[in-house]
Design a protein around this ligand. Structure first.
Ligand SMILES: Cc1cc2nc3c(=O)[nH]c(=O)nc-3n(C[C@H](O)[C@H](O)[C@H](O)COP(=O)(O)OP(=O)(O)OC[C@H]3O[C@@H](n4cnc5c(N)ncnc54)[C@H](O)[C@@H]3O)c2cc1C
Length: 389
């Protein structure tokens, strides 16, 4: 089994690492202190994303993406994920299902999004439809040749700077007719409401959004009526792999910061790193990182080798579950190793500690990933997870 990176993979990793260090890390404290970045800074980051050829790494070159393999996408997400304050969100990845859009939709939405000229949010969740997406009550009703959308969405990440929102609705209120619509942010009837403050500050706000008689043309329907759940699931799968990769980046950065700290900090007349209790913590962090990355990159390599779509869904859940849970433990240990300094917001571990918590919740909680995995075991057998393919 060959898990070695190619020279091209290594070049991409180094490019993403250099970009993150030069263009994301320097803005972390401004983001943490003010909760936002100045427009000129955002512009300079977006220019740097383009210059580093890191925009739309998840899309093919003929739609203005970078045409990267899944292993390469994970390398980019791991490196950019090291930045706190969700600064990785500037390294845009337009939702994957758009690759199956109509030619017109690809020209209007996907290509500009790949070029960072258009930003897209994705809204599924509602007050009473969280883990259970079938409980969505946002409706789409045909009105002449158009669609009228009505409903209320929650946690619409990035609507503060997006230009288009993908809305998951039920046609005629029928859960068997899910559909996804591309809605311009400034369409009459679409209003952004309460924007709660979250434990992690970052690029995205996650407000509520109301749709009241929002009229969109039939050209705004993605795929067909009834395709909505498959479209949303495809987006979940790609988001889960990206989360797993970012979590690995967070774990690596936290462990590096902690290692450097305990090598340099002396107590009881010697570096902390020389106490066996501390050595054990370093060893456990390193082993957890190695296990998480081994899982993630094995799945990524399987996807690049042509893994069946249903199995990608099954394995992405395992990657998200394991990487978010285990890297959460690594970040916790790294903070502990910093002592009181670990609670000071100027230290990266403090911000990583706040940032990583949401990774066990969004795009399906850990419990939902476990339900998916258990369902796959019952349907296909344990071999999906236990056998090497
Ligand atoms: C910062 C942030 C940004 C987000 N951005 C977006 C976005 O851009 N678009 C979007 O559509 N959504 C977004 N979400 C919503 C997110 O996907 C949901 O919060 C998540 O899916 C969980 O839903 P919920 O919060 O309603 O929790 P619930 O579904 O109410 O779950 C509460 C608890 O019950 C557990 N639980 C639920 N069902 C089961 C079960 N069957 N068995 C065992 N345990 C169960 C859950 O694991 C959880 O621990 C965002 C959320 C956050 C926090």
């Amino acid at each position: 089994m060959d898990m070695a990176l190619t020279p091209e993979d290594r070049e991409i990793r180094e490019r993403a690492r250099a970009f993150t260090q030069a263009h994301l890390f320097p803005h972390e404290l401004e983001m943490d202190r003010t909760g936002t970045l100045r427009p000129e800074v955002v512009k300079s980051i977006e220019q740097a994303v383009r210059a580093a050829r890191l925009n739309a790494v998840n899309h093919a070159m003929d739609v203005s993406g970078q045409g990267m393999s899944m292993v390469q996408q994970c390398l980019v997400n791991e490196e950019c994920g090291k930045a706190t304050g969700e600064l990785w969100a500037y390294v845009n990845q337009p939702p994957l299902p758009l690759r199956d859009a109509t030619a017109d939709q690809i020209e209007r939405f996907l290509k500009p999004a790949c070029n960072l000229d258009l930003h897209i949010a994705y809204s599924i969740t509602e007050a009473n439809a969280g883990s259970d997406t079938s409980a969505v009550t946002t409706t789409a009703v045909k009105d002449g040749g158009d669609w009228m959308l009505n409903g209320e969405k929650w946690f619409v990440s990035g609507i503060n700077y997006c230009t288009v929102v993908m809305v998951h609705a039920h046609v005629d209120g029928d859960p068997d007719k899910p559909a996804v619509f591309m809605v311009d942010r400034d369409t009459p009837g679409l209003t952004v409401g309460h924007s709660p403050r979250f434990m992690m500050g970052g690029v995205d706000e996650h407000p509520e959004m109301t749709l009241k008689d929002v009229r969109v043309g039939n050209d705004r329907l993605l795929g067909k009526v009834g395709d909505g759940l498959d479209i949303t699931k495809e987006w979940f799968v790609e988001a889960r792999l990206a989360i797993a990769a970012r979590c690995c980046g967070m774990g690596v950065r936290a462990a590096e910061e902690a290692t450097s700290f305990v090598v340099n900090r002396k107590q009881f007349g010697q570096p902390l790193a020389d106490f066996q209790g501390v050595e054990f913590m370093l060893a456990v962090m390193a082993t957890r990182i190695m296990a998480a990355k081994s899982l993630l990159y094995r799945i990524a390599a399987e996807i690049d080798a042509g893994l069946e779509r249903k199995l990608i869904h099954a394995k992405a859940s395992a990657a998200k579950l394991y990487c978010s849970e285990e890297m959460g433990r690594v970040v916790d240990t790294a903070l502990q190793l910093h002592g009181g300094r670990g609670l000071i917001r100027d230290y990266a571990v403090e911000r990583l500690y706040r940032d990583i918590r949401v990774e066990r919740i969004w795009e399906g909680t850990s419990e939902i990933q476990k339900l998916i995995i258990a369902g796959q075991i019952k349907k296909r057998g344990l071999g999906v997870y236990s056998e090497l393919s």
